[in-house]
Design a protein around this ligand. Structure first.
Ligand SMILES: [Zn+2]
Length: 335
C-alpha cells in the first residue's frame, strides 16, 4: 500500500494549518463553499453498500458539522447563496450544507444531528422515488448485481445484451460507472430486467411525509430531477419533464417554491442549462470541485464533496487539519 502520499498529506495538512494557510477565514473569505453529502449510515451498513465512498457515518457527520459551524457562516443553499450574491461578507465565510439523492438515512441520521447543531441544510430529491419501493437506477443495479466473484451466467448475459459486456466481470461499482455512459433506455431496460429481489430497509428513499417534515422544520428542499438520469443524454421532451416535472411535484408536496437544482452526476451542457433556466430554477449545483467567488454563474455552482476517508489521518483519527486542507483546494493531488 502506498503510505507515502498519506504521510505527506498529513504532514502538509499540519504544517499548513499551523501557518494558517488552510484556515477558512483566510482561504475562503468572500467565497461561497458548498459541501456535498449523500448517504449517512452507521458503519455496519456502509460496509455493505456498493459505493462506500459516498457514505459518512453519523459520528463523522456530527464531527464535520461541528467543525463547519465553528469555522463558517453555515446554512441552507438558497439562504447563503442569496446573502453571498447580495454582497454580504461575514468574517466567517459562507458554507452551504447539501445532501443529494433523498435517502431516508438523511432523515433518520442526519436530521437529528443538524437539529442538535441548529443548522439548516438543503436536500436534493429525485422526485420519482419519493416513498416508493424503487431506488435510483444505480442503487437498483448495485443491490441486484452479485459481486464479481459470484457473477452468474444469466447476469453476464444480461449485461452483454445491454451494452455492458466489457464490464461483465467487474465489481458492481465499476459497472455502475460504465452504465452512466450507455443510452438511457438501454440502462432502464437493464434495471427492469435485473431488479433486486430485496432492497434493505436502510437503503430506501424518503417518504413524502419525511420530506414535508424537513421543509416544515426549515430545511430547503431542492430538485434532483425525476429519475436521476444523465441530463445530457435526455431528449428535449424528457429533459423538460425531468426538470419542470420534479420542480412542480416537489412544490405541490411542500407548498412552497423550489428554486435550487442539483445535476445528477453533475453533468450538464449548454442545452441543459437553457432548459434549467426555462424551468425557472434560480441556482444549480454541479459536482465540479471548487468554491465560488461572488458572481459565479448561478447555474454552475461548484461544490466540495465530503469523503470520510480523506478526513482521517494515517492513524485513522478524524483530523481538522486534513479536512481544512481538502476544503482549501491546495495540493489537489493530496486530496
Ligand atoms: Zn445524485
Amino acid at each position: 500500500m502506498d503510505l507515502v502520499r498519506p504521510k505527506i498529506r498529513d504532514f502538509a495538512a499540519e504544517v499548513l494549518a499551523q501557518g494558517g494557510m488552510t484556515s477558512p477565514a483566510r482561504r475562503h473569505l468572500g467565497r461561497l463553499v458548498i459541501v456535498t453529502f449523500h448517504r449517512v449510515l452507521p458503519e455496519q451498513f456502509r460496509s455493505r453498500y456498493h459505493i462506500p465512498g459516498i457514505v459518512v457515518t453519523p459520528e463523522e457527520l456530527d464531527w464535520t458539522i461541528r467543525y463547519l459551524r465553528r469555522s463558517y457562516t453555515i446554512g441552507r443553499l438558497d439562504h447563503v447563496h442569496g446573502r453571498h450574491e447580495a454582497g454580504d461578507a461575514p468574517s466567517k465565510p459562507f458554507v452551504a450544507i447539501t445532501f443529494d439523492d433523498g435517502y431516508a438515512d438523511n432523515f433518520t441520521y442526519a436530521r437529528p444531528i443538524l437539529e442538535k447543531h441548529g443548522v439548516k441544510a438543503t436536500f436534493f430529491i429525485p422526485a420519482a422515488f419519493i416513498g416508493r419501493e424503487r431506488l435510483p437506477w444505480y442503487d437498483s443495479l448495485g443491490f441486484a448485481l452479485s459481486p464479481a466473484s459470484r457473477r452468474t451466467e444469466v447476469e453476464r448475459g444480461l449485461l452483454a445484451r445491454h451494452d455492458l459486456g466489457h464490464v461483465a466481470d467487474a465489481e458492481p461499482q465499476t459497472i455502475i460507472e460504465a452504465a452512466k455512459r450507455i443510452r438511457p433506455h438501454v440502462r432502464q431496460a437493464l434495471v427492469e430486467a435485473i431488479r433486486p429481489s430485496r432492497i434493505p430497509a436502510w437503503a430506501r428513499t424518503m417518504s413524502a411525509e419525511e420530506i414535508v417534515s424537513l421543509a416544515l422544520e426549515g430545511h430547503e428542499i431542492g430538485a434532483h430531477t425525476m429519475t436521476h438520469p444523465i441530463l445530457n443524454t435526455c431528449d428535449d421532451a424528457s429533459l423538460d419533464w425531468e426538470l419542470r416535472g420534479s420542480k412542480s411535484l416537489l412544490e405541490k408536496l411542500i407548498g412552497r417554491e423550489v428554486t435550487s437544482l442539483a445535476y445528477p452526476n453533475g453533468d450538464q451542457d449548454a442545452r441543459v442549462l437553457r432548459a434549467v433556466r426555462t424551468a425557472g430554477f434560480q441556482r444549480a449545483v454541479t459536482t465540479h470541485w471548487g468554491t465560488n467567488p461572488r458572481g459565479q454563474e448561478r447555474l454552475l455552482l461548484n461544490r466540495c464533496d465530503i469523503d470520510a476517508r480523506r478526513m482521517r489521518n494515517l492513524s485513522g483519527e478524524l483530523s481538522e487539519s486534513n479536512l481544512a486542507l481538502r476544503l482549501s483546494g491546495l495540493h489537489p493531488g493530496l486530496r
